[in-house]
Design a protein around this ligand. Structure first.
Ligand SMILES: [Zn+2]
Ligand SMILES: [Zn+2]
Ligand SMILES: [Zn+2]
Length: 492
């Protein structure tokens, strides 16, 4: 659902009036909306549940949708994508921020001592699959002196100074020269390339410490959290927090491993690691997936603020800024508008989605490659341009899990509703039936959108107040989750 408020049409208006004319019905909608966080596409359920104390057999609470005025329970869709549901994505972003932050500064059961461990924030990019248009500030896109046209008669130059919102950005200068096949195969191989990278980083760390990997593994452990983001040209790149912990979780990391050693190990690993690309259509010898030359590694400053000392702003990032980055990327979609949020059922399905020519070519290539038996999975991943990995992953010891954070939130809600913390010895037994998705009428959907806007507004205001309080608003303004920016941009 778009965040732009349109005046409701007649049918919607009719539904709005029906609710508004009955205060009890409106109050019920309000309560249900708040319960599902004003989700844009809530799941509608009927059924009942009981909470039983397992030690005594006593029924602590019972609930049935029969007692609901509308006869249904609305459950939030829980998507991570801001384009699908801004409310659920905001919650996901907040969990992602907490999870990542706890791994850098401690909290949520993670000891604060992690903040003293060697820790960096690294961005791994994909190699080039052909020249694309790019925004380069005041410089032209591709000034280049190479005036030789390609086989298709196009010159790899562009003298425009593209604006940041130019739809041409990320599009190839020559679509016929651009290697769509390699681009899709690289995305498909990226998770394996990352897995190997974590092994290589350990290997390089050991080399720098003049020990073998086994010896290194006996004293330290490499922990990480990473998020994948699509660049405009349609390839993923990875933002990762890498941390070195003492093996047993306690004590100190050996003094000869510091953030600089970790940085050197990452740089060496990124330049050496490769993963075999699967065979595509061409009979060219099998190539390997490697990282692109652009690799950014910054030491994470566990304190709140960027730039504690003179040289810090360039090479260091505060843990809060990093957590905000990750949260922002975690809710992004393959394309800006979310046209590729869902899987494809056929190539005809793509026509209706109105994506850019470049993205459509990538999707088509993934779909076509999916016809090869060993690449059948690419059909499932065509909408993510071949990438089939998880968007946000972490190693087991990095921090808490999403599951833990959700359980904690649920417990807090129970506490708020019933005035008592959930009984540790209780279990919930429920029978539920799915009866549909989305708000049951256009009027309700419109009212839900208003509720959701109000929520975003109040949260934005709270953030603004905090920013001003902390006196480094410039930093945070750049790093608010994307849907906040969208919201403001569209406001008159
Ligand atoms: Zn939702
Ligand atoms: Zn250009
Ligand atoms: Zn060409």
């Amino acid at each position: 659902m778009s965040m732009v408020t349109r005046a409701p049409d007649e049918k919607t208006w009719h539904g709005v009036l029906a609710r508004a004319s009955d205060p009890a019905s409106l109050a019920n909608l309000q309560r249900q909306g708040e319960q599902c966080g004003w989700c844009a596409h809530p799941i509608r359920l009927i059924g009942n549940s009981v909470s039983v104390d397992t030690s005594t057999g006593e029924i602590l609470r019972s609930y049935s949708t029969n007692d609901e005025p509308d006869g249904v329970l609305l459950k939030a869709c829980g998507t991570r994508r801001a384009t699908r549901c801004p409310s659920c994505a905001a919650l996901y972003a907040s969990d992602a921020r907490m999870l990542v932050r706890a791994g850098m500064s401690g909290g949520k059961g993670v000891p604060e001592s992690v903040s003293q461990h060697p820790m960096v924030f690294a961005t791994f990019t994909a190699p080039s699959f052909g020249a694309v248009h790019g925004a380069r500030g005041t410089r032209p896109c591709r000034a280049g002196t190479n005036q030789q046209p390609c086989a298709h008669g196009r010159r790899a130059t562009c003298h425009l100074r593209h604006r940041a919102d130019d739809p041409a950005l990320g599009h190839p200068i020559c679509p016929d020269c651009y290697d769509y096949e390699q681009s899709v195969l690289w995305n498909a191989t990226c998770p394996e390339l990352w897995r190997r990278t974590t092994i290589y980083v350990r290997r390089e760390l050991a080399r720098l410490c003049e020990m073998n990997v086994k010896e290194l593994d006996q004293s330290v452990r490499l922990s990480f959290a990473k998020v994948a983001e699509f660049q405009r040209r349609g390839v993923v790149h990875l933002h990762a927090i890498l941390r070195v912990d003492p093996r047993d979780g306690e004590g100190d990391v050996p003094h000869f491993i510091d953030a600089q050693t970790l940085t050197s190990a990452i740089r060496a690993a990124a330049s050496k690691v490769s993963a075999p690309l699967p065979a595509g259509f061409s009979d060219a010898p099998l190539a390997s997936a490697r990282w692109g030359r652009q690799l950014d590694v910054r030491v994470i400053n566990a304190s709140e603020v960027d730039g504690d000392d003179a040289d810090s702003s360039e090479s260091r990032r505060s843990s809060r800024a990093v957590a905000n980055y990750v949260a922002k990327y975690a809710t992004k979609s393959t394309d800006d508008l979310g046209a590729l949020d869902r899987r494809l059922t056929s190539l005809d399905d793509l026509d209706a989605r109105n994506v850019s020519v470049h993205l459509a070519r990538l999707v088509t290539m993934a779909w076509r490659l999916g016809a090869l038996t060993h690449l059948a999975r690419l059909r499932t991943w065509a909408h993510s341009l071949g990438f089939g990995g998880h968007w946000l992953t972490k190693s087991r010891r990095y921090s808490v899990t999403f599951k833990f954070l959700r359980a904690e939130r649920q417990a807090w809600q129970v506490q708020r509703q019933h005035g008592t913390a959930p009984n540790e010895q209780s279990i919930n037994i429920g029978v539920w039936k799915w009866i549909g998705a989305g708000w049951s009428s256009l009027g309700d959907a419109w009212l839900a959108l208003q509720g959701q806007r109000e929520k975003v507004q109040s949260r934005t205001e709270a953030r603004e107040a905090r920013c001003i309080e902390r006196r480094h608003d410039a930093d945070l303004w750049d790093e608010r989750p994307r849907h906040f920016l969208d919201f403001e941009r569209r406001e008159p």
